[in-house]
Write a protein that binds this ligand. Structure first.
Ligand code: 5RP
Length: 224
């Protein structure tokens, strides 16, 4: 199966997983990226069976609204029953690298609120040790050079992502060449740098369930 077919398969599996768990008052959190986009197409089939969605990016909000799915501001949502999103990398503990689509901060906020976080990913995202994918860091623009210097001290090679402004008006620095043995410790350390909004490590709040698309089918993985 090609990668898009695997993404479509996990999107469908996510719908099958969440549909029986939603009631008419439920709010669904929706992530960003190509896998999440397939999920939105699937979610549209059960529109009306849940109250509304909250979106991790403007692009996702637009796609949801185009299907007639109401999109709430997160501050108007009492609770988020489930959050479904892709990832750039996942390890067996379901600690993730996210932010390839520059939506990491809003993604992390919704993940923090959600009662359950379901990650959907094709098999290319599975790694034993995080860090082959450059780690995205959202940064306040005036702090760019300072943050880059501090990231070098932590052992990384920071690269400014050209022509990228986040939905929050900030920039992204991608940190290359980090073998991330202790994701929680690094997540905390980077977030301590003044000027960092947040980084793309989802280790303190990992996924609860991974739906992993493989050539043999969609596997359900719980943190090991
Ligand atoms: C966006 C993300 C995405 O979940 C991540 O980049 C995966 O994207 P895709 O599903 O297109 O492979 O974190 O900020």
């Amino acid at each position: 199966m090609n990668q898009d077919a695997l993404k479509q398969a996990v999107a469908r599996a996510a719908l099958d997983y969440i549909a029986p768990r939603l009631d008419h008052n439920a709010i669904v959190g929706v992530g960003t990226g190509s896998t999440a986009a397939f999920f939105i197409e699937a979610l549209a089939q059960i529109k009306g069976h849940f109250e509304a969605a909250v979106a991790s990016s403007e692009a996702t909000a637009s796609q949801l609204q185009a299907h007639g799915i109401p999109v709430y501001d997160l501050n108007s949502a009492d609770a988020v029953a489930v959050y479904v999103d892709g990832a750039d990398e996942t390890n067996p503990r379901l600690e993730l690298i996210k932010g390839g689509g520059a939506a990491l901060t809003r993604e992390k906020i919704i993940a923090a609120v959600a009662e359950e976080f379901v990650c959907i990913a094709d098999q290319s995202k599975w790694v034993e040790c995080l860090g082959q994918f450059p780690l995205p860091v959202e940064v306040i623009p005036m702090a760019r050079s300072h943050v880059a210097r501090e990231l070098v001290k932590l052992g990384g090679d920071p690269v400014y992502r050209q022509e990228c402004e986040t939905d929050n008006g900030n920039i992204i620095i991608d940190v290359h060449n980090m073998r991330i043995e202790d994701p929680r410790q690094l997540e905390t350390a980077i977030n301590q740098i003044t000027g960092v909004v947040t980084n793309g490590l989802f280790a303190h709040r990992p996924a609860d369930l991974l739906l992993l698309g493989t050539d043999q089918g969609v596997e359900q993985v719980r943190a090991g």
